[in-house]
Design a binder for this molecule. Structure first.
Ligand SMILES: [Zn+2]
Length: 222
């Protein structure tokens, strides 16, 4: 089973893929994890990726594709994988189809999480992090016990630099521009499952995960 996760920052994509990974017993793999591993081990591809990342540039498609191709050979993902952060472009999606075909595998489904934009903005501007132990809070959904103080270590909480409305809206726009063609790409192949994650309809990560699992069962996806 090959599942692709799509969802703007703040939709709870990480939470849902973590839950799916547990329930389906297949690893959740993000491009960030793959980059970090190769950079740590200083492989040829890792060094190449690092040369872009250290300059604040995006790792080019061909390097990312090679790294993912590499990861797909690993023993632990032969029964299934949940891909988070890949593909990002049509070119990457086509490369993924090609490499899976060569392995006699295919994309099983794409999970596209959506949340109303104002709710995403509200979630992100209310996010606070502990710079010491990295705990994450939300002033509305998950506030600390003492105002602005970390429950775990007592350190003062801070706002992440790019968690302000303006920067976040920019990130969202980039995401939508980038993802729209991908959503169409998988929709045309009947491989798109879209789910709304929103407090206004009382659908949060756990419920959405259940919907995805029901869909998998109903449609005999493997
Ligand atoms: Zn802390």
């Amino acid at each position: 089973m090959v599942i692709i996760m799509l969802g703007a920052p703040g939709t709870g994509k990480g939470t849902v893929s973590g839950m799916l990974s547990n329930k389906l017993n297949i690893p959740q793999v993000s491009t960030g994890d793959i980059f970090r591993k190769h950079i740590k081990e200083q492989t040829e591809l890792g060094k190449l990726a690092e040369s872009y990342i250290s300059k604040g540039k995006l790792v080019p498609d061909d390097v990312t594709v090679e790294l993912v191709k590499n990861r797909l050979q690993d023993e632990d993902v032969q029964d299934g994988i949940i891909l988070d952060g890949f593909p990002r472009t049509i070119k990457q999606a086509e490369a993924l189809d090609e490499m899976l075909k060569n392995m006699d595998r295919k994309v099983s489904m794409t999970v596209n999480l959506t949340t109303p934009e104002d709710e995403l903005v509200e979630r992100v501007v209310n996010r606070r992090i502990c710079p010491k132990c990295k705990a994450v809070y939300n002033l509305v959904l998950n506030p600390p016990e003492k105002e602005n103080i970390c429950n775990n270590c007592g350190h003062e909480l801070v706002t992440r630099k790019d968690d302000n409305e303006e920067t976040f809206k920019g990130r969202l726009n980039t995401y939508f521009e980038e993802t729209k063609p991908l959503v169409n790409y998988y929709d045309k192949q009947n491989k798109l499952f879209s789910a709304v994650v929103s407090k206004s309809i009382n659908k949060m990560g756990k419920d959405v995960t259940k919907d995805v699992l029901d869909y998998i069962k109903k449609n005999h996806i493997d």
